[in-house]
Design a protein around this ligand. Structure first.
Ligand code: BEZ
Ligand code: FE
Length: 297
C-alpha cells in the first residue's frame, strides 16, 4: 500500500479534495473543493480545540432542530453572519440601473391578499397613518403596467401579524397590488417600528455572546415582479430610525432609506381620508429586463 495518500496536517485539505470522484458534477466539485480548503484553513488558523469543535457541533445541531415550516434558524444564522446579504448582493448586481435589493426575511410566509389601489392595509386602524405611493418602470424609465407589488411590514410596535395571531387581524399590513397603465401604485398604511429578530434560539445566544443588539431598523418589504423583468426583493427603510447604521442582518443600503415625512396638505388629506397632517413616502422602483439582468451576472 502506498502511504502518500494518508492524512497529514499539511495535506489535509488536498487529500479531501482529491477524494471527490471523477464523475462528480463540475459545479459541485468546485463549490465543495473551495469549501473544504477554506474550512481546513479556518481550523488551522484558529487552531480549533476538541472542546470548541464539540461546541460548534452542538450549536449547529440545535440550529437544525429549530427549523420547521415557520422557523428557519439556519437562515437567521446566515442573516446575522452577513452571508444572506452577500449572496443577495452578488446575485443582484444591477449595473446601477435597477433599484437595489435586500434580504427577503422570514416573514413573507403567508400569501399577501390581492388589494385595489388605495386600499388600507392596516386592518386594525392602529399606528400612525402613512400614504405610500410609487411607480414601477424599466431601466429606460418606461412605466410597467400590470406589475405586481407585494408589500408586508411590521406594525407600530414592531410585530408582524404572524407573530401575534391572537392580537392582529390575519394578513394585517400585507397587500398584493397591481400597477396601473402609468406603472403607478398606492396604498394606505402606517409607519412601521424597528423590531428584534427572534432571539430565543442559538442565534440569539450568539448575538448575546458577541454583544450585538438583535434589531432591524424600521422598514416596509417589497417584492416587485413584472413580465420579462428580474423580480426585485427589497425594503424601504424609515430615515432617522434607530439601528439604521447597525442592522443585525446588514440589510440597509443607502439608496433604500426614505423620509417618511409629515405632509401638511388638508386637501390631499381629505382626498385620501387621513387627518391632516399625515406621513407619506414615495418609492420609484426600477426593474431590470431579464436579458440585461443575465448580462450583469
Ligand atoms: C425581516 O426583515 O423580516 C427579517 C430579515 C432577516 C431576519 C429576520 C427578519
Ligand atoms: Fe422585516
Amino acid at each position: 500500500m502506498g502511504t502518500s495518500s494518508l492524512f497529514t496536517e499539511d495535506k489535509s485539505a488536498e487529500l479531501v479534495v482529491e477524494s471527490v470522484g471523477a464523475a462528480t458534477d463540475p459545479r459541485l466539485r468546485e463549490v465543495l473543493s473551495s469549501l473544504v480548503r477554506h474550512l481546513h484553513a479556518f481550523v488551522k488558523d484558529v487552531q480549533l480545540t476538541n472542546e470548541e469543535w464539540e461546541t460548534a457541533i452542538g450549536f449547529l445541531t440545535e440550529t437544525g432542530q429549530m427549523c420547521d415550516d415557520v422557523r428557519q434558524e439556519f437562515i437567521l444564522l446566515s442573516d446575522v453572519l452577513g452571508v444572506s446579504m452577500l449572496v443577495e448582493t452578488i446575485n443582484n448586481r444591477s449595473l446601477e440601473l435597477a433599484t437595489e435589493s435586500t434580504v427577503l426575511g422570514p416573514f413573507h410566509m403567508v400569501e399577501s391578499p390581492p388589494r385595489e389601489s388605495g386600499d388600507r392595509i392596516a386592518l386594525d386602524g392602529k399606528g400612525e397613518p402613512c400614504l405610500v405611493t410609487g411607480r414601477v418602470t424599466d431601466e429606460h424609465g418606461t412605466p410597467l403596467a400590470n406589475a405586481t407589488v407585494d408589500v408586508w411590514q411590521a406594525n407600530d410596535e414592531g410585530f408582524y401579524d404572524v407573530q401575534q395571531p391572537d392580537i392582529q387581524p390575519e394578513r394585517n399590513l400585507r397587500g398584493l397590488f397591481t400597477t396601473d397603465d402609468n406603472g403607478e401604485f398606492w396604498f394606505r398604511s402606517i409607519v412601521p417600528r424597528y423590531y428584534p429578530v427572534p432571539v430565543d434560539g442559538p442565534v440569539g445566544r450568539l448575538l448575546k455572546a458577541t454583544h450585538r443588539h438583535p434589531n432591524r431598523p424600521a422598514h416596509v418589504h417589497f417584492l416587485v415582479t413584472a413580465e420579462g423583468h428580474r423580480p426585485l426583493v427589497t425594503h424601504l427603510f424609515v430615515k432617522d430610525c434607530p439601528y439604521l447604521g447597525s442592522d443585525v442582518v446588514f440589510g440597509v443600503k443607502e439608496s433604500l432609506v426614505r423620509d417618511f415625512g409629515e405632509v401638511d396638505d388638508p386637501v390631499r388629506a381629505a382626498e385620501v381620508g387621513f387627518d391632516n397632517p399625515y406621513r407619506a413616502v414615495h418609492f420609484d422602483v426600477t426593474l431590470l429586463a431579464e436579458a440585461r439582468a443575465e448580462a450583469s451576472r
